[in-house]
Write a protein of this length. Structure first.
Length: 170
């Protein structure tokens, strides 16, 4: 029994929780589960969880984790490229889809005034832009978000953003 078994048990519990009519925290639970599937290298299962999270967001109006849901979806779409043998034509389509997810996450986070979720989505988008050779665009995007922070520079997210900005400035 390992992580795979634990994640499957968690999935069954979330499903039972949902089927029992409980609505509280469904979007965040499904988003967390999607991340777990991603860690296990199962992006298809993760994307199924993201669909459940988005459905729960719409049905419950619990939107506080919505930016993170879209960011994780973008990550999983890109992870599918690594896990599955994907032809180059579909790679471009997946990258476009991931970029749309990240931009949607940023837009929602800005609307919610959630700087942390905006930063996370900006980092994911910046990595994608860097990978596709759009380094200046990535640097400008991330620096604009990063520079709005006035505290918390010892947090993991801001440290990672600083490292990525440094890499984009080389």
């Amino acid at each position: 029994m390992g992580a795979e078994h634990d994640i499957e048990a968690l999935h069954r519990k979330f499903t039972a929780y949902h089927e029992a009519g409980t609505r509280l925290h469904l979007p965040v639970n499904y988003t967390f589960l999607a991340q777990c599937f991603g860690i296990l290298g199962r992006p298809d299962s993760g994307l199924d969880s993201i669909k459940a999270a988005i459905s729960a967001i719409e049905s419950t109006e619990q939107r506080n984790w919505e930016p993170e849901t879209w960011r994780v979806k973008g990550d999983l779409v890109l992870q599918q490229l690594d896990v599955n043998s994907v032809p180059s034509t579909q790679r471009g389509q997946a990258e476009v889809e991931a970029e749309e997810c990240y931009r949607k996450a940023i837009e929602i986070a800005q609307h919610q005034q959630s700087k942390l979720f905006e930063l996370r989505a900006a980092m994911s988008l910046s990595r994608l832009l860097q990978h596709s050779g759009r380094i200046n665009e990535a640097r400008v995007l991330l620096s604009e978000v990063y520079n709005r922070f006035t505290e918390g520079f010892d947090s993991v997210d801001l440290k990672q953003a600083r490292v990525l900005l440094e890499a984009l400035s080389l």
